[in-house]
Design a protein around this ligand. Structure first.
Ligand code: ATP
Ligand code: ZN
Length: 295
């Protein structure tokens, strides 16, 4: 195993891949693509990307085939439970993208009262371990039929009474005459780390990467806000600024009683906030995105 270059397992293509590459690019990594290859080399940091199917990522990270991995919590959890929690890589960060839910769905023609309705039923799913763990907690006894792909057709084919699958917009369920009755697991992309020992070089690269991920996350939410106001309005305006530390106050040339206020707001700035600022005396309010942040 390579001693100095950090290896990160990522989904080769699919619903997690685009957002993963977008995050890595926003983190400043210059990716040298090698179409059809197993690895992409990062030019400006000692990192290689290992391109695989998402289902292989938790195992590769646990075994140390990759040092880090980016995968959906659904896939991570299913793999860990399938292996009796004996092969669970460490999850070191929730990445805040690829949000989706694992849901139980029944044919529209069926009524639904509560979870007990699933007793003695057969449920088609790609996540039998997450589902059985959930049922066990709720005291439900049901069979699972493991399927990979097109789970939603199982009730129509008469091989299952219900399904448990990833839902985002609900369009697939609707197209197949199914109704979502219960969310059993909420997922988002996770950053996994191997439990194997890593070299100092690799640890340093991970520290740098984590700080950059955090910077990307913060800069998405953080805005730079500027406005003019009468000096007397400053205390009221400061109170209204969402998540801002001490604002910068500057005098405006030729205007004795007016000031300019600049602040970094760590929470989203909504139209309502801008309207309140205006009511409190501010004018020429500008809200700007922040491209990069390093605390
Ligand atoms: P692979 O070929 O790598 O095995 P796959 O077909 O199993 O891919 P995808 O459909 O690409 O998987 O989904 C990958 C992951 O993206 C899912 O495990 C889930 O975490 C997340 N995901 C799935 N559907 C959605 C969605 N509609 N919106 C957001 N994230 C989703
Ligand atoms: Zn997969």
């Amino acid at each position: 195993m390579e001693k100095t270059r950090l290896r990160i397992a990522v989904q080769k293509k699919g619903r997690l891949a685009d957002d993963t590459f977008a995050l890595l690019k926003a983190t400043g990594l210059t990716i040298k693509e090698n179409k059809g290859g197993l690895f992409y080399r990062i030019k400006n940091l000692p990192i290689d990307l290992l391109l695989v199917r998402d289902d292989d990522i938790p195992g590769f990270v646990f075994d140390g085939v990759a040092d880090l991995g980016i995968v959906g919590a659904n896939v991570y959890e299913e793999y860990a439970l399938k292996n009796d929690n004996q092969r669970r890589a460490q999850c070191i960060q929730k990445l805040g993208f690829s949000h989706c839910n694992l849901c139980l769905a029944l044919p529209n023609t069926e009524g639904y009262a509560d979870l007990n309705d699933f007793n003695d039923k057969t449920i088609a799913t790609s996540y039998p371990n997450i589902l059985q763990t959930y049922f066990k907690k709720g005291g439900i006894s049901a069979s699972t039929l493991e399927m990979h792909g097109s789970v939603e057709v199982a009730p129509k084919l008469g091989i299952a009474d219900a399904i448990c699958d990833i839902v985002s917009s609900g369009a697939t369920l609707e197209a197949n005459g199914l109704q979502n009755v219960k969310t059993i697991f909420s997922s988002q992309a996770l950053l996994l780390k191997t439990t194997k020992d890593l070299s100092t070089e690799k640890k340093d690269t991970i520290t740098k990467l984590l700080s950059r991920f955090e910077g990307v996350r913060q800069s998405k939410e953080t805005k730079y806000i500027m406005m003019n106001a009468p000096r007397s309005a400053l205390p009221a305006l400061t109170k209204l600024l969402p998540g801002a530390e001490a604002p910068t106050v500057m005098h405006l040339e030729g205007q004795k009683d007016s000031i300019a206020i600049h602040a970094v707001c760590r929470e989203s700035v909504f139209w309502e906030t801008m309207e309140s600022l205006k009511t409190a005396g501010a004018s020429s309010i500008l809200v700007l995105p922040i491209e990069k942040m390093l605390a």
